[in-house]
Design a protein around this ligand. Structure first.
Ligand code: HEM
Length: 459
């Protein structure tokens, strides 16, 4: 390697134009940079190098080979304002210890035990759904995944009112990261802007609730099999467990990382099913064959092969994480270029999942492309990130998404209301713009006869 070979990219030392592009149209900016400059692109933002890495082998290098010299990027670091030093935002020895302790709650055996709660909560939540009803897709999925995380995390320790409190606070937190200039320019949080004050109140309301639940659980001495129980019991080699503050940080992290992402995976999948009735019909047929009329369970998930492809394909087109970042803590070589210490490294699922080299006809929604998954290069598809920092909730999310999607499709067909269009708003996650898509529900027994509509051909 030529030590000083800098990746190509737009000129400008300070990068104000890039910052403007970033704050107005992140997806367009990243797509345009890749199209114009190739697999490795460098731009400056506030005088700092930002490097967009889009070749799977280079993504693997950044996430796996160089993992030891990759810290949290600026975008994740700003989440510390709400998540403290939870698993997503911490680094170094603290992260290593926490990852080990938390892994106990995410073993395949544990995840299978959460399936019962996932199904029970969903069954309850779907009961008020009626034939002909209009629902806001993302609101419903968000409420549902929030109730699932709350139940799996705290069991009966959280009332409906508590879940509402957390949901409201999470909405303020998401709104802060989605829309605030404060977050884009990283204005210190002590500056008393109205958004900072709202954020502070939201965090306080969650803290009061979580510390109460943690303290009740500790003082009762009760051992429970929910996620909090596992975290309370988890001990390091020296016998020490987590402090209340650490438990709080991990619980807020699991709420934030665990509910919005899965809700988006589901609402985007259901949106696509409403546009592709042939695909919806095949999912329904598979469910009828594997599950029939009963409630699904953990063991069914691996048998729902086509449903799994549908979820994967929806998460390819609309990956809830549209970019994953790292900050280099040493000089490294990536893609044959010299990447200096302190660079923000961006790996964008939005860009890579649409690369025709790995996904021919990339804009088409084609679940059957997953038949031949073995031929896909590693890291051409990475909705859950990768390397040691890969999403700890990966298998939890796929179990949850398959069960919840299955239960919705078992009971209903969803039709997009006329005039509804998917418009995206990248925030921490890839959200929908505005109030969110509305669909009409059609109960399954009533639709089997009329469910013979032709397929629409574009995503
Ligand atoms: C479809 C759903 C989900 C998607 C797309 C998703 C995606 C991601 C991504 C891209 C990362 C960053 C990985 C990296 O930096 O390489 C991540 C990290 C994380 N996710 Fe998820 N996630 C999902 C569901 C969940 C669930 C259900 C939970 C917990 C119940 C969860 C908890 C976490 C945590 C704690 C981290 C930080 C891990 C670490 O840095 O050690 N996620 N997730």
């Amino acid at each position: 390697m030529n030590e000083h070979r800098t990746p190509p990219g737009p000129k400008g030392r300070l990068g104000l134009r890039n910052l403007f592009g970033w704050s107005t149209d992140q997806l367009g900016l990243l797509t345009g940079l890749k199209a114009r400059y190739g697999d490795t692109v460098q731009m400056n933002v506030f005088g700092k190098p930002w490097v967009l890495v889009s070749h799977p082998k280079d993504i693997e290098a950044a996430m796996v080979k160089h993992a030891k010299v990759m810290g949290r990027d600026a975008y994740i670091t700003i989440l510390q304002r709400t998540l403290g030093q939870g698993l997503l935002t911490s680094d170094g020895e603290l992260w290593k210890r926490q990852r080990k302790l938390m892994s106990a709650a995410f073993t395949p055996k544990k995840i299978a035990t959460y399936a019962e709660a996932m199904v029970r909560v969903t069954d309850q939540a779907l009961r008020p759904w009626r034939d002909g009803m209009e629902i806001n897709l993302h609101h419903e999925m968000s409420r549902l995944t929030m109730e699932v995380v709350a139940d799996v995390l705290f069991g009966a320790g959280m009332s409906k009112a508590d879940v509402e409190t957390v949901s409201d606070a999470m909405e303020v937190i998401n709104e802060y990261y989605a829309n605030s200039p404060e977050a884009v320019v990283m204005l210190p949080e002590w500056v008393p802007t109205p958004r900072h004050l709202r954020l502070k109140r939201a965090v306080e309301s969650i803290d009061t609730l979580l510390y109460r639940i943690i303290s009740d659980r500790r003082s009762s001495g009760e051992t429970r099999d929910d996620l909090l129980g596992t975290l309370l019991a988890a001990q390091d080699d020296d016998g020490s467990g987590m402090t209340d503050q650490q438990l709080r940080d991990e619980a807020v992290t699991l709420f934030l990382a665990g509910h919005e992402t899965t809700a988006l995976a589901l609402s985007h999948t259901l949106y696509l099913l409403s546009k592709y009735p042939d695909v919806a019909r095949r999912v329904h047929e598979e469910l009828t064959e594997v599950v029939g009329d009963r409630l699904p369970q953990a063991d069914d998930v691996k048998k729902l092969v086509y449903t799994g492809w549908v979820l994967k394909e929806a998460m390819r087109l609309y990956s809830p994480a549209w970019t994953t970042g790292r900050e280099s803590t040493a000089d490294v070589e990536i893609g044959g270029y010299h990447i200096p210490k302190g660079s923000q490294i961006l790996m964008s699922q939005w860009v890579v999942h649409r690369d025709p080299r790995w996904f021919p006809n990339p804009e088409a929604f084609d679940p059957d492309r997953w038949k031949d998954e073995a031929s896909l290069p590693r890291y051409a598809y990475f909705p859950f990130g990768g390397g040691p920092r890969v999403c700890i909730g990966n298998h939890f999310a796929m179990m949850e998404a398959t069960l919840l999607l299955g239960m919705v499709v078992q009971r209903f067909r969803l039709d997009l209301l006329p005039g509804e269009r998917l418009e995206l708003k990248p925030s921490v996650t890839l959200r929908q713009k505005g109030p969110g898509l509305k669909v009409r529900l059609f109960e399954r027994e009533r639709v089997t006869q009329q469910d013979q509509r032709p397929t629409v051909s574009a995503a």
